[in-house]
Design a protein around this ligand. Structure first.
Ligand code: HEM
Length: 519
């Protein structure tokens, strides 16, 4: 990267002014670097004329008014030297770095603020995961978001080997199987839900919503019923090992064309064979994240007197086809059909006809992950808006100098900070409660939290697009993060329970604890 390792040649500003706009050369300065764009004019996406206009000059302001900083790194070989005696003032973030932008990081990562929730192992984990994401995830995520390619086997194996897949399932005995967690940043026995939170929120920074789900979101929600409710130890151990090693992929298959948030309306059936050795499954599932590339489906089925959960392996009678949604095909969203699929009775997860308990317990962690992801992505949007408002010049001044823009930013910051604080408070309760108690006491608060985060995302997307104008609607260039967020934030408001259903659930749960007496 030129901005990190500048070419050793130096020039004076006068030299650039004279040589830079001669007949056979087109040079300009950005920060303290001299760029030779002579052979770039035809390739420049913004055209030749604009480059000719800045030939020989300091084009720093013009450049940052129109480009993301990362463009410079992509075209590093155009830098031919630096200005003699001048020090660069532009910061090039390195993999793993914290952002210097105010409110770009949660308070616990912003000096001099403190938090009672995080210790040294959380900080070590944050460093490890951020560097991992910046180096290995973001480049693949941005490319896959464009092409719709599924996650690469290489990335899955790399995450598995680093224990990052294990960590996504939260604390528990599954961690004992990990060779090393995040380069030794945290030991299996010390993992709590704040490590899970750090891991979840760091991955979101790849800013590609479809790929974010394509990055084994199906595992986070589909493996957890197996870990928590599968009574067949051998099956649980085998599936867990295969999934963490990246040999097999798993997803959660609940929703149907007939029933989304209304789980009681599911119609997929499982009938026992006369010899009692198999279930025969018939039905369909819709909007199944990672379904197109999964080998296992943790599936909610009707078994006569109620719902049950079955682990169904891809095989005869199981078909998946992609559903085109408004985020990228990298998520592997599928329509799944089960046509007389024979499933061994050992694959029952939890008890027969008591699957509703499995489904609803499982929702808690899923919704909490979605809340964590939604608020973290909202924060990235706030960061983008702060950077843009700071560098964008309109009507002769920076955007940030307009009170109307500052009002929008204030609202966005307040929403993110409030939700992150609530999220951390709920996470602390999760750390203090065994899984069964969480299901009893936290279903309501987690539902309300997710509703709050996604409502906030709605407000934040709206304000962000207004701040960015046309760029907030453009998939490439400066506003790509805003465009992606505005197009996809609704996924969190629907998946795992629609906002309205969750709000209602939260209040109904609260009313269970309402004293009968008039108060
Ligand atoms: C090292 C120098 C430069 C490189 C590598 C470069 C590269 C690019 C790239 C990749 C784009 C596509 C949009 C994006 O990805 O952000 C772009 C757009 C553009 N560039 Fe440059 N550029 C450079 C310098 C400049 C300068 C000095 C100007 C002068 C004002 C300029 C004016 C523009 C314009 C007007 C657009 C279109 C922006 C839009 O559609 O919003 N570029 N440039």
């Amino acid at each position: 990267m030129a901005v990190d390792a500048p070419p050793s040649k130096t020039f004076t500003r006068d030299e650039v002014a004279q040589r830079g706009k001669s007949d056979d050369a087109l040079w300009f300065i950005i920060d303290t670097f001299v760029y030779d764009a002579t052979d770039f004019v035809d390739a420049h996406p913004g055209g030749e004329a604009v480059l000719r206009q800045v030939a020989g000059t300091d084009a720093t302001t013009a450049f940052y008014n129109l480009h993301r900083h990362e463009v410079l790194a992509r075209y590093a070989d155009m830098a031919i030297g630096t200005i003699a005696g001048e020090k660069p003032s532009i910061i090039t973030p390195q993999p793993g770095d914290l952002s210097p932008v105010p409110y770009a990081e949660p308070l616990w990562l912003t000096p001099p603020f403190k938090s009672p929730y995080y210790g040294e192992s959380h900080r070590r984990l944050r460093r490890f995961v951020r560097e991992f994401v910046d180096t290995h995830v973001t480049p693949e995520a941005l490319e896959a978001e464009r092409t719709g390619q599924h996650i690469s086997q290489g990335l899955i194996e790399r995450m598995g080997a680093a224990g990052l897949l294990h960590l996504r399932m939260g604390p528990g005995r599954h961690l004992d199987g990990a060779a090393e967690l995040a380069g030794g940043a945290v030991k299996p026995r010390e993992v709590d839900y704040f490590h899970d939170l750090v891991n979840t929120q760091e991955f979101v920074r790849a800013t590609a919503r479809g790929f974010q789900d394509g990055n084994l979101a199906g595992m986070t929600i589909g493996l957890s019923p197996v870990l928590n409710f599968c009574r067949n130890d051998a099956l649980r151990a085998r599936v867990t090992e295969e999934v963490f090693a990246g040999r097999k992929k798993i997803c959660l298959a609940i929703t149907e064309a007939f029933a989304g948030s209304d789980v009681a309306g599911l119609r997929t059936t499982a009938e026992k064979t006369p010899d009692g050795r198999f279930y025969v499954v018939n039905g369909t599932k819709k909007w199944i994240t990672n379904g197109t590339f999964s080998d296992y489906f943790s599936t909610a089925v009707r078994t006569g007197k109620g719902l049950s959960m079955l682990l169904i392996e891809r095989g005869e009678g199981v078909e998946t086809k992609p559903i085109k949604t408004s985020y990228s095909a990298a998520a592997g969203t599928a329509y799944v059909t089960f046509d007389n699929v024979k499933v061994p009775v050992e694959n029952l997860i939890g008890e027969e006809n008591k699957g509703a308990y499995v489904v609803f317990s499982n929702f808690n962690h899923e919704r909490w992950v979605m809340a964590a992801a939604s608020v973290r992505l909202s924060r990235v949007v706030v960061e983008e808006c702060l950077k843009w408002s700071h560098q964008r010049l309109v009507f002769g001044k920076r955007l940030i100098d307009q009170p109307v823009i500052r009002q929008k930013l204030a609202k966005m910051i307040a929403l993110v900070e409030a939700n992150q604080a609530w999220l951390e408070s709920v996470t602390y309760q999760m750390c203090e409660m065994p899984y069964a108690q969480q299901a009893r006491h936290l279903a309501g608060p987690i539902s309300l939290l997710k509703m709050s985060c996604t409502r906030a995302a709605h407000e934040i997307a709206d304000e962000a697009v207004q701040i960015w104008g046309g760029r907030g609607l453009t998939q490439t260039g400066m506003g790509r993060v805003i465009e992606n967020f505005n197009r996809t934030y609704k996924f969190d408001a629907i998946l795992g329970g629609a906002e309205e259903v969750l709000g209602d659930l939260g209040v109904r749960q609260a009313m269970k604890n309402m004293p009968k007496a008039m108060l």
